[in-house]
Design a protein around this ligand. Structure first.
Ligand SMILES: CC(C)(COP(=O)(O)OP(=O)(O)OC[C@H]1O[C@@H](n2cnc3c(N)ncnc32)[C@H](O)[C@@H]1OP(=O)(O)O)[C@@H](O)C(=O)NCCC(=O)NCCS
Length: 146
């Protein structure tokens, strides 16, 4: 398993399959995917197949809009056959290292209920009230101070 920073184009297929299957593949790009400062990460298996993707960019959380040095984590997904084998934790570590070394002091995301325990194990805490996202379900804001 290789964890590396990657190009925006490389995260689209798994992001589509695991997180946004109700959209067309050409609709799952985030506006910030190609913005300066945005970083994409992936994990590849021994055959070079991308089995995990995540994207992070500098953005204050909505509950602290004046916070500087905050980063937003989006599009985290492990291919179904690779879940619960530690891949997500390895890539989240790489994301946290990237944010820390670029001066980030806070990482936040809107977590699906199914992923909440995963983020808690990485030291992230819940804040605010859950919100409903059409086609995605209930999301809860989570953060970690770095
Ligand atoms: C959430 C998600 C990214 C986690 O990725 P992952 O690669 O499965 O993460 P890990 O394997 O590191 O950890 C997941 C669980 O497996 C467990 N695990 C890790 N290695 C394990 C192993 N070798 N054997 C058994 N269980 C293991 C961990 O303890 C963890 O348990 P927890 O969630 O109860 O804390 C993945 O489940 C996913 O893609 N879900 C669907 C999309 C989604 O909801 N994304 C999040 C959007 S916010």
């Amino acid at each position: 398993m290789t964890v590396r920073q990657c190009h925006a184009d490389e995260v689209i297929a798994l992001r589509h399959m695991a997180l946004r299957p109700h959209l067309r593949p050409d609709e799952v790009a985030f506006a910030r995917d190609s913005q300066a400062g945005t970083a994409h990460f992936c994990a590849e298996d021994d055959q070079g197949h991308i089995v995990y993707v995540a994207t992070v960019w500098p953005e204050p959380p909505p509950w602290q809009p004046c916070t500087t040095s905050a980063w937003c984590l989006r599009g985290m997904a492990t291919a179904p056959e690779w879940r619960r084998q530690g891949v997500g934790s390895s890539v989240l570590e790489a994301v946290l290292a990237h944010v820390t070394t670029t001066g980030g002091r806070l990482l936040w995301c809107n977590a699906t209920l199914g992923a909440r325990r995963f983020y808690e194990r990485a030291g992230m805490k819940k804040t605010g009230e859950p919100l409903e996202e059409p086609f995605v379900g209930t999301l809860v804001a989570m953060f970690k101070e770095l």
